[in-house]
Write a protein that binds this ligand. Structure first.
Ligand code: UDP
Length: 244
């Protein structure tokens, strides 16, 4: 596997769900998962790829679930967004412990905890080769971190947004339920809509389509998948303007 040429740095945004950090239970933060994920990210950086991370908060709080329990949706979503900051703090700590340089920004500044997100400063940080974690979602309730991932991906001029899932791409049907399900290597945005395939929520998806931000879906559990995808090799399913 070759490293990318200096001067041609690829910039990727990795969207991790909060649940992924929670391991088997999907709750809280599993130290081993955190450490293994950070190690994969460090490897990508060592190959000269610039990395933005957007982490969800579903392992701690989700606004919609809190609303069902009787809480106001806005307050619940704010708790969800704060949960993404907690995950961001944990990931920054782990990346730094593994020898990396990493800056945590949040959609809303929390003095002494995280800097206020700025696209201009974010791009500078990335150009220096430091990892950038952008927490706090979009900063607004009723959105998801998938939407935040596309938004930040566009703002920070990323080449691709990676959506890490349990499955190694997008299939014709749920591969856990249907043995004949087939994986797509590449799909156009229009084809995803025509086939009613679930990639991201519609707000996130529409933003990606409008700004021609390619989305790569793959599994972090597959050995070397993140590195291959980061180096621009075929991995999982790529959703982009041209499709097959
Ligand atoms: N959230 C929000 N606005 C955003 C992003 C997230 O209100 O822009 C809240 C929302 O309550 C959501 C929670 O934060 O349920 C955690 O985010 P998400 O569910 O997207 O996390 P994931 O499923 O990726 O772990």
């Amino acid at each position: 596997m070759t490293s990318l040429q200096p001067g041609k740095a690829r910039r990727i945004l990795l969207k991790l769900s909060g649940e992924a950090l929670g391991g088997q239970s999907g709750f809280g933060i599993e130290p081993e998962i955190l450490s293994a994920t950070a190690a994969q990210i460090r490897k990508v950086q060592e190959h000269g790829v610039q990395v933005v991370l957007v982490i969800g908060g579903g392992n701690i709080f989700r606004g919609a679930a809190l609303q069902k329990a009787g809480l106001d949706r806005v307050a619940g979503d704010q708790m969800g967004m704060l949960a993404t900051v907690m995950n961001g703090l944990a990931m920054r700590d782990e990346l730094v412990r593994q020898g990396g340089e990493c800056v945590l920004m949040s959609a809303y500044g929390i003095p002494s905890i995280s800097a206020q997100y700025s696209a201009v400063q974010g791009r500078e940080i990335l150009s220096k080769g430091q990892a950038l974690i952008v927490a706090g979602g979009t900063g607004s309730p009723f959105f998801t971190t998938d939407t935040a991932a596309i938004l930040r991906g566009v703002e920070l001029c990323c080449d691709e947004v990676f959506k890490a899932t349990k499955v190694d791409g997008i299939y014709t049907a749920d591969p856990m339920k249907d043995k004949n399900a087939q994986r797509f290597d590449r799909l156009s945005f229009d084809e995803v809509l025509k086939r009613e395939l679930e990639v991201m929520d519609l707000t996130a998806f529409a933003l990606a389509r409008d700004h021609q931000m390619s989305i790569r879906v793959f599994s972090m559990n597959k050995e070397g998948a993140l590195l291959r995808a980061s180096l621009g090799e075929d991995e999982g399913t790529l959703v982009c303007t041209t499709g097959v």
